[in-house]
Design a protein around this ligand. Sequence first.
Ligand code: DX5
Ligand code: ZN
Length: 222
Amino acid sequence: MIKIAPSILAADFANLERDVRRAAAADYLHVDVMDGLFVPNISIGVPVVECVRKVTALPLDVHLMIDRPVRYAMRFCQAGADIVTVHVEADSAENIREALNIVHGQGKRAGVVLKPGTPAEAALPFLEVCDIVLVMTVEPGFGGQKFMADMMPKLRQLRSWIDRDNPACELEVDGGIDPVTCRTAIENGASVLVAGSSVYKADDISRRIQELRGQDGGPFAL
Ligand code: DX5
Ligand code: ZN
């Protein structure tokens, strides 16, 4: 079953509790943390994760778009993250491994993220210890960008390595997912879809979440 992770980056931050609750039909809640260094934008930090934790039972999928995430892995776990993902581009392999260890040491799920320009091979050294691998289908930093279909060969490659080496590992995509591009991502091996704009711009968010799973019963149903 395909999991949907609405990104609260597209929520109304002045009504964050309302918008978190509106996504209750989802599987995870995706939280985009940006530091203005690793990506050219600043978004959500530890205090917001603590507050969101109090108003939802959904697992919090915290996507750290920050430089040297090993510095903050522990704090986001303590703030209530259930899944923490770190970019392989953000530090040395040794420190990325250490960040994953910290997350696992807190009893949480951990994974690596690849920017569009980063090859699938960059995930290989971490694959056996990952609970999730996230393939960016936009340049990280902003919501509302166009889905990069040219990431699909990378997604398929990772799907084959995951099936071979660590089949329990989830394969997530993030960026430009809507009721059409979700099908492309699912066909190419994704098991978790992050969606910001397409969820929060929908009139009926629960129905949109079902649509993104490919289970709406309509013409696009798988
Ligand atoms: C981009 C973020 C995404 C973003 C996706 O850096 O990682 O999670 O919120 O937004 P949409 O779904 O609008 O592309
Ligand atoms: Zn994200």
